[in-house]
Write a protein that binds this ligand. Sequence first.
Ligand code: PCA
Length: 320
Amino acid sequence: MKNIVTGSILMGSLLTTVQAAQWHMPTPYGDANHPTKVAHQFAEEIKTNTKGELDITVHSGASLVKHPEIPRAVRTGQVQMGEVFIGIMGNTHPVFKHDNIPFLATNYDDAQKLWDAAKPEMNKQLNKEGMTLLYAVAWPAQSLYSKEPVNSLADLGGLRMRAYSPSTSRLADLMGTTPTTIQVPEIPQAFSTGIIDAMITSPSTGANGQAWDYVKHYTDIQAWIPKNVVVVNTRAFKRLDKATQQVILDAAANAETKGWEIVRDQAKKDTQTLMDNGIVVTQPSTELLNELSVIGATMEAEWLAESGPEIKTLIDNYKK
Ligand code: PCA
């Protein structure tokens, strides 16, 4: 009897190693966001190309794991994969701050160059934490949403500004506003209850959250182009056979290419949606741009000062 029981347990565990694997991938943003669309296609491609052997469920909109907890969930192997906004990890290592420095990279070509310059150190830090980088998806450039027109920083003085990372909290301070950290799903409520008065984010996040319900003005400052990354728990990845690993890497490369392609279009479409719904879209005044670029330079200097030589190398490589 004992032998039969042991035998069947053994049989069972042997079977699980050859059975299809079911993986979980929490993401921070809802299905209407382009990074989430890319994540769904990525999972689909892997399922198809492994003939169903690796089936990844995308849990969008922070439904399985809250955004700030996604890196730890992947690191500890609670989930096998996850998507995370790079800047949110800004306090764990300075390399993650490359993503939210105003006016360091404001168009897609520069953002891509900055990403290439940041990748070696990103890989290194993520690897140290037991994670492997798979791909990144950029957001459209970040611009300013407010209730009243903004011609200079004085127009924002004392207002409560949404922050979504350590760097954007610092930015809000330097702008003479009070930072409050709010995740995307809570933005509408934070405006309606007066917890925030203004925010800097993409036209996409504004359009998806129906920003016209709570703000009237969009000043197109295009201050930086942040990114999400998709990471995998390194041990989970290494347990897969080589062919499956390659399928994941190929799907990741495709996702990265597609992400950088669609974001350009997305920015235009979503800015149009803001206008169609009555938001006044304006170009920033020279005064505002000057004030903000001084802040950008301050933040770059602060970032360098708090970092080791690897960040100097990153910036030098980017500016080469
Ligand atoms: N939307 C996300 C990240 C950057 C963006 O455009 C947010 O506002 O949190």
